[in-house]
Ligand binder design. Sequence first.
Ligand code: FAD
Length: 428
Amino acid sequence: MKVLVLGAGVIGTTSAYFLAKQGHDVTVIDRQNSVAMETSHSNAGQLSYAFSSPWASPGLSLSLIKWALTGNSPLVINPNISIKTAKFMYRMFKNCNPTSYEMNKGRMLRVANYSQKCLLELEKEIDIHYEQRKQGSLQLFWSSKELEKVKHDISILEKFNIQYERLDVNGCIQVEPGLQHVKNKLAGGMRFKNDYTGNCYLFTNEIYKKCLEIGVKFEFNTHIESILLEKNKVSAIKTNKGELTSDSYSISLGSHSSKILANIGIDIPVYPVKGYSITLPVLEDKDAPQSTIMDDKNKIGITRLGDNIRVAGTAHLTDFNENLREKSLQSLKDGLNKIFPYAYKECNDIKFWTGFRPSTPDGTPIIGPTPYSNLYLNTGHGTFGWTMSVGSGKLLASLISGIESEISMEGIDMSRYNYANKTSLNYA
Ligand SMILES: Cc1cc2nc3c(=O)[nH]c(=O)nc-3n(C[C@H](O)[C@H](O)[C@H](O)COP(=O)(O)OP(=O)(O)OC[C@H]3O[C@@H](n4cnc5c(N)ncnc54)[C@H](O)[C@@H]3O)c2cc1C
């Protein structure tokens, strides 16, 4: 079967790989001149299988008030807020209750765990290098109150069989020796020893090369303008280079998925939550992070990628405004300084980047069919698209091939938003 994959981020590229492995004739289209040039380019590099959770949590409203009072908020909302932003926030707040949080986290963990299994299988199958490290991740706590708060999360982790270790301050320093300089400020940590780290841009490029080897075609510099329909099917994709036709079509346009789908009456709540990252060279190995450190209080993640440190954070609700915000640059530098005071030096080598997390209000991606019989979705991965990429690619490919998926698809497709009744979706 001919399949057209729209979007060559980490999600589209992994989808293309699995589709081709399952025997399809695959073409990927993207407006950029290469793969992973948008959100998949410089993310935090965390393969946070255990930590996959929605932003919409019961404590979010309280955190917002606290952040507003301290004036140092990781969530930034533009004062002239658009209807789209207001709608996204409203839907997100509707998910900030214990029942929704547990349900959403469960769904996210299901896709994330499956993704880890698929990545390990993939690494056995092909030789790929993407600055990967398998040294776990560490969530830091700065007060006994924070340690107490994590108890609810623990019950969910246990429910989903996620392995974790509670560490005291010395335990944290043992796994991340660079933390010794903040020993007196730390309260402890939680370690997820099965989490990984890796460079999403390098990974996507490695998969791209494998895709070429197995016959996938890539049409770069091709701008998708609209989806054309005939009866209840997609008949073609209109691009700046003309119309492209196929048997099946898969949408992995990241944050840009909703706009293109809205034109054919599919309303999915994928919103661009802007984030920022800085990348800077390691000065001294002993003072630098070895793996991933998550500072949930300040909502930043710090990751070791080869000879570099990547720091990422901020959720900026400003639609598709691509400006680099100086205040976020400063807060990422401050965040790194607070945790690894000797890892950072003001230098010209700091790369400042921004990207749009394709976020859903419930945190869960949207993978599955649509009411159009040959159109599929693989989008809305938000903060964890890199973590969930390999599993999502395989789920999408299985769906198109009519192979039963290896995990339950409950709550993963678009029917959870009630825009489409499950029976109207085209499950093969
Ligand atoms: C600051 C930050 C930190 C993050 N950290 C992590 C992390 O540590 N771990 C993790 O798991 N995830 C992380 N994420 C999230 C992760 O990066 C994303 O979920 C993931 O990259 C989304 O991949 P994608 O392929 O869906 O989107 P993209 O990578 O954005 O790909 C979409 C593609 O569609 C193309 N496209 C869009 N519109 C058109 C059009 N009209 N015509 C043609 N082509 C088009 C684009 O060019 C692009 O190549 C982070 C994100 C940010 C912003």
